[in-house]
Design a protein around this ligand. Structure first.
Ligand code: FNR
Length: 374
């Protein structure tokens, strides 16, 4: 029987176990450049089978939160090189989560103070995080977006392709395309945010077009075996709405199955919330989505996330349902999470107040087992 702690391959990436560190925005990279503190944080977590970085915008237009590290400045590539080298030195593997937030942004974060872009000019009605002139952080209302012109869409695909290329230049083992949580790709997928009447709106095929174009561009650029994708079929994160997620994601899974990707990463339920959350009337059937992927020939690792603990993660892998399980908040608080899951050692509790922004506190100072006094 396969165990959570067995090595495997995720596409072209050989990993030492099936525990992934989920992408976690921490807002500790001023000027969008990874720094030495970020190096320490990721290095501490290198015993994960696969680290997925925090969301890393591929352009400034893709930025939605202050102090998030990007992949579009030369200094950022240099900063990320230190992160990837440190993780590799400790035997870990790391992919960059490449990101465009779409409408979940604020004019103060956009080039020239422009409006954020979206499939349609519909506000997210949510919050984002900015830094005040005095350096303190604040949550503010997202700004009203403008709809992308049809002629601008190839540029968005190109931005993801370049971001993937930059990730490889920075020493990453691959990328995870951020298709989840109500950001740009998810905004195109779901009718609550997409009212377009061109080839990118309306039918399921049209709403999935941008996602698939980005997947194809990235896979052509760096190889499908180094390309993963994150999806969240039902989450309401960032006020995203889709009343009929099942046919949409069964179609997407079938299309993905025709492509040879490293992994498909599915957030089950509301991100960070109830696993049985539903949009529309029916409970979402994740097994059906996986079956659609496999039936179409998909061979990538099936990665699952959201509210897993040691027991449920072991069961998910042992039953054959999941190939990899990603942990978010528990990885924030437990740099040596894999060892703790394997030995049954107690877990440190994550401290919510230090999730976003700040310095070493609540970031690199969670103790590992050897540092805990007997
Ligand atoms: C997140 N999450 C997240 N997801 C994502 O795709 N990109 C990101 O940058 C972030 N950032 C982020 C920051 C923080 C502080 C939290 C708590 C969460 C969601 C995360 O990857 C994961 O899906 C959830 O935390 C649920 O998994 P757990 O925590 O139940 O294992």
């Amino acid at each position: 029987m396969t165990s959570l702690f067995d090595p495997t391959t995720i596409g072209d990436i050989a990993v030492q176990n099936r525990v992934a560190m989920a992408p976690l925005t921490r807002n500790r990279s001023p000027q969008a450049v990874p720094n030495d503190l970020n190096v320490v944080y990721y290095e501490q977590r290198a015993s994960a089978g696969l680290i997925i970085t925090e969301g890393t915008p591929v352009t400034q237009q893709g930025q939605g939160y202050a102090d998030v590290p990007g992949l579009y400045l030369p200094q950022a590539i240099e900063g990320w090189k230190k992160v990837t080298e440190a993780v590799h030195q400790r035997g870990g593997k790391i992919v960059a989560q490449i990101w465009h937030v779409g409408r979940v942004s604020h004019t103060s974060l956009q080039p020239n103070g422009d409006a954020p872009v979206a499939p349609s000019a519909l506000p997210a009605n949510g919050k984002t995080y900015v830094v005040n002139p005095d350096g303190s952080g604040a949550f503010v209302e997202t700004s009203a977006p403008r709809a992308l012109e049809l002629s601008e869409i190839p540029g968005i695909v190109e931005d993801f392709r370049k971001g993937a290329r930059a990730a490889i230049a920075a020493g990453f083992d691959g990328v995870e395309i951020h298709g989840a949580n109500g950001y740009l790709i998810d905004q195109f997928l779901k009718r609550g945010a997409n009212q377009r009447s061109d080839a990118y709106g309306g039918s399921i095929e049209n709403r999935a077009r941008l996602l698939l174009e980005i997947v194809d561009a990235v896979a052509a650029e760096i190889g499908g075996g180094r390309t993963g994708l994150r999806l969240s079929p039902v989450t309401p994160a960032n006020n995203i709405v889709e009343e009929e997620p099942q046919p949409l994601f069964d179609y997407v899974a079938g299309e993905l199955g025709k492509r040879h990707l490293a992994f498909i990463h599915v957030i089950e339920g509301a991100t960070g919330g109830p696993r049985d959350f539903k949009q529309g009337n029916e409970a979402f059937d994740y097994h059906a989505m996986k079956s659609a992927y496999r039936a179409a020939g998909g061979t990538g690792a099936w990665m699952v996330n959201n509210g897993y603990d040691a027991e449920s993660a072991k069961a998910a892998v042992e039953s054959g349902y999941a190939d990899v399980v990603a942990f978010g908040r528990t990885f924030i608080a437990n740099p040596d999470l894999v060892e703790r899951l394997e030995t049954g050692a107690p877990l440190n509790k994550p401290e919510v107040e230090t999730f976003y922004g700040g310095g070493a506190k609540g970031y690199t100072d969670y103790p590992s087992l050897e540092a805990v006094p007997a």
